[in-house]
Design a protein. Structure first.
Length: 327
């Protein structure tokens, strides 16, 4: 590719045939563009793998079955060599200049490890989907500005960014990786990007949202209210996220009570919609020893105090959280 950035785009595909053309066209239209584009296919059966294999200038990795987002993302990152790596969902459409603006922000200081653009909902481009992650003391992480009319004008530091459309510094990814895994593969999918946010913050890396970089996000077709499998992963991963990353000062008192309340809330909602999703609690128990081992590594390598994490934490908006789930 000509006029390209020292940046690789990694796409994870699982039966995304209806999104292939749009996602790749938006990436190819970027000026300057990506120096590498890698597609990791997770055992697709809808013709999307064959479509990607027929495209020029792509590296395509094919898994025999669905290995999950986290493992596929790690495969894609390892298959690239660029200084910067972008993860991009197939249901995201980058607007012109997305790569240019995010890269400019990322290179503005050596301790910036990740930059996300402003994600807008596909059905209404003035409605915000995500302007970064907001950390709450219960361990819940919400999407900043979600559902609000777009009012973001300036780049701002945030706790972290969604991997649906984020550019990462390879130096940061290698710095926070645990035993060779950038994204925790035990998570399979969902909240693996939040776990990365935590680990990056513990190591002193900063994250920004650049609203000059815009994209639309449809959020696929498998929302939390539609799939028992997704509910199961989210339930397990919330508990594992807390076990791996919560500051020591949060392990007792009100933060611990809030975390327990969040698990109870999610469990109750899962039981009402998809009783089999309660198996996520068993998954969390099975994976807890591994999570505690990871915690020892994370805390042993941290560069910042509990207070540095605490300054990002906001009270949990319980009324809004419960209302959104019931809705």
């Amino acid at each position: 590719m000509t006029d390209s950035l020292d940046l690789a785009v990694v796409l994870i595909n699982w039966n995304g045939r209806h999104d292939c053309e749009g996602a790749l066209a938006a990436i190819r239209s970027q000026r300057p563009g990506a120096g590498e584009v890698v597609v990791v296919d997770n055992g697709s059966s809808d013709g999307s793998l064959e479509w990607f294999l027929a495209q020029p200038d792509l590296v395509v990795l094919s898994n025999p079955t669905n290995f999950g987002f986290a493992r596929a993302a790690n495969q894609g990152i390892r298959a690239t060599s660029s200084e910067l790596v972008m993860l991009c969902n197939l249901d995201v459409r980058l607007q012109d200049g997305f790569l240019e603006h995010t890269v400019h922000r990322l290179l503005s200081a050596p301790d910036v490890g990740s930059v996300g653009g402003l994600l807008l909902r596909e059905e209404g481009e003035l409605v915000v989907d995500s302007a970064g992650h907001v950390l709450h003391r219960s361990g819940w992480v919400s999407n900043r500005g979600q559902g609000e009319l777009d009012h973001f004008e300036h780049a701002e530091e945030v706790f972290g960014v969604t991997a649906a459309a984020a550019v990462y510094r390879r130096q940061m990814l290698e710095d926070v990786a645990l035993e060779g895994e950038v994204f925790c593969e035990s998570f399979f999918a969902y909240l693996e990007d939040v776990d990365l946010d935590w680990r990056a913050r513990w190591r002193g890396w900063r994250s920004f949202v650049e609203p000059l970089a815009r994209a639309t996000h449809r959020r696929g077709g498998s929302g939390l209210h539609r799939s028992a499998r997704i509910e199961r992963h989210v339930l397990a991963n919330r508990a594992l996220l807390w076990a791996r990353n919560a500051p020591r000062s949060w392990l007792w008192g009100p933060p611990a009570g809030s975390a327990a309340g969040l698990v109870v809330l999610r469990s109750g909602l899962a039981a009402r919609r998809h009783p089999s999703a309660l198996l996520g609690l068993a998954d969390a128990g099975r994976l807890l020893p591994e999570a505690l081992r990871a915690r020892r590594l994370i805390m042993g390598r941290r560069r910042v105090s509990d207070e540095e994490i605490e300054r990002w934490a906001e009270p949990t908006p319980w009324r809004a959280l419960i209302g959104s789930h019931l809705h």
